[in-house]
Write a protein that binds this ligand. Structure first.
Ligand code: PEP
Ligand code: MN
Length: 285
C-alpha cells in the first residue's frame, strides 16, 4: 500500500470516530444513517424529507446543491440558495446536513452552511481539492472514485489527512464494471478490506451502486452485516419526479421501512441503530 501513514491502522491505536454534531458521530458502536434526495430542489421538498426522516432512525440529511452532471445541460444544483435550504432544515429538525463540494471556490460557502463536506467520486483524485480540504475545520465524506483501486482510495484520504484534517469518512459507492444491469458494482469486499487497513469509518452508498431502487434495501442490510459504520441513501417525496437519479430514489415511506429493517442486522453484528434522542426532544419541545 504505497506509503500510507496517517490512514493506516498501524498509525492509530484507536478507531477514528468522526463527529458531525453533538449527537451524531460516525465510527463508534452506533450505525449512522444519512438520507435525503440526490439534489436539493426546494425548501418544501427538504422540509418534507426532514419531517418524515426525523421520525425514524435517520441521523443526518443529504442533498446536493452543486451537482456533478454528465451533461452540461442537466440541472446543475441550486448553489447558495440550496445551502440556505439545508441550513434551515438542519436548524428546524436538528439533523446535521451533508453536501458535495466540487471545487476549491465552493469550499468556503459550503463549509459555512454544511456539517460535513462530500467529495464526489469524480473528484476523488482532484489532488488540489483534497489538499485544500485538509485545511477545513469540517469533516469530509470521501467517496470512492468511479474506477479507483482500494489503494488509490486510501491514498486520497491520506492527502486530506496529510494536509491537516483528520476527520475523514470513506464511502464505498460502487465501481464501474462490464455489467450494466446495475449502475455500478457494490464492492462490499472493499468495505471489509478498508476496515482492516484503516482506522477511518467506512460507510456505504447502495443508491449510486445499484442505480435501481428495488435493489437498495437488501444491499443496505448486507453493508451493515459486513461491518459498515453507516449508510448514505437517496430518497425523495415523489421519487419519479427527482430532478436527478430518479430511478434509484426511494420513497420516504420505503426509506423509513428500510431503516427499521436494519436494526436486527446491526444488533446481530454487535452494533446499535438508535434514534437521535436529543433531536427528538428538541422537536417535541
Ligand atoms: C451523489 O452523492 O449524489 C453523487 C453524485 O455521488 P457519486 O459522487 O458517488 O456519484
Ligand atoms: Mn445522486
Amino acid at each position: 500500500m504505497l506509503d500510507a501513514k496517517l490512514v493506516s491502522k498501524s498509525h492509530s491505536a484507536h478507531q477514528t470516530v468522526v463527529r458531525l454534531s453533538e449527537q451524531v458521530a460516525i465510527g463508534g458502536q452506533d450505525v449512522v444513517v444519512i438520507g435525503g434526495p440526490c439534489a436539493v430542489e426546494s425548501l418544501a421538498q427538504m422540509e418534507q424529507v426532514a419531517a418524515t426522516l426525523s421520525t425514524s432512525s435517520v441521523h443526518a440529511l443529504r442533498g446536493g446543491v452543486y451537482k456533478p452532471r454528465t451533461s452540461p445541460y442537466s440541472f446543475q444544483g441550486l448553489g447558495v440558495e440550496g445551502l440556505k435550504v439545508l441550513a434551515e432544515v438542519r436548524d428546524r429538525y436538528h439533523l446535521p446536513v451533508i453536501t458535495e463540494v466540487m471545487s476549491i471556490a465552493q469550499i468556503e460557502p459550503v463549509a459555512a452552511y454544511a456539517d460535513m463536506l462530500q467529495i464526489g467520486s469524480r473528484n476523488m483524485q482532484n489532488f488540489e481539492l483534497l489538499k485544500a480540504l485538509g485545511t477545513v475545520h469540517k469533516p469530509i465524506l470521501l467517496k470512492r472514485g468511479l474506477s479507483a483501486t482500494i489503494e488509490e482510495f486510501v491514498m486520497a484520504a491520506e492527502y486530506v489527512m496529510a494536509h491537516g484534517n483528520p476527520n475523514v469518512v470513506l464511502c464505498e459507492r460502487g465501481i464501474r464494471s462490464f455489467d450494466n444491469y446495475t449502475r455500478n458494482v457494490l464492492d462490499l469486499g472493499a468495505v471489509v478490506a478498508l476496515r482492516q487497513i484503516t482506522h477511518l469509518p467506512v460507510i456505504v452508498d447502495p443508491s449510486h451502486a445499484a442505480g435501481k431502487r428495488e435493489l437498495i434495501p437488501d444491499l443496505a442490510r448486507a453493508a451493515i452485516a459486513c461491518g459498515a459504520d453507516g449508510l448514505i441513501i437517496e430518497c425523495h417525496p415523489v421519487p419519479d419526479q427527482s430532478v436527478s437519479d430518479a430511478r434509484q430514489a426511494l420513497s420516504l415511506e420505503d426509506m423509513v421501512d428500510l431503516v427499521s429493517s436494519l436494526q436486527p442486522v446491526a444488533a446481530a453484528v454487535g452494533r446499535r441503530l438508535v434514534k437521535q434522542e436529543v433531536g427528538e426532544a428538541l422537536i417535541a419541545a
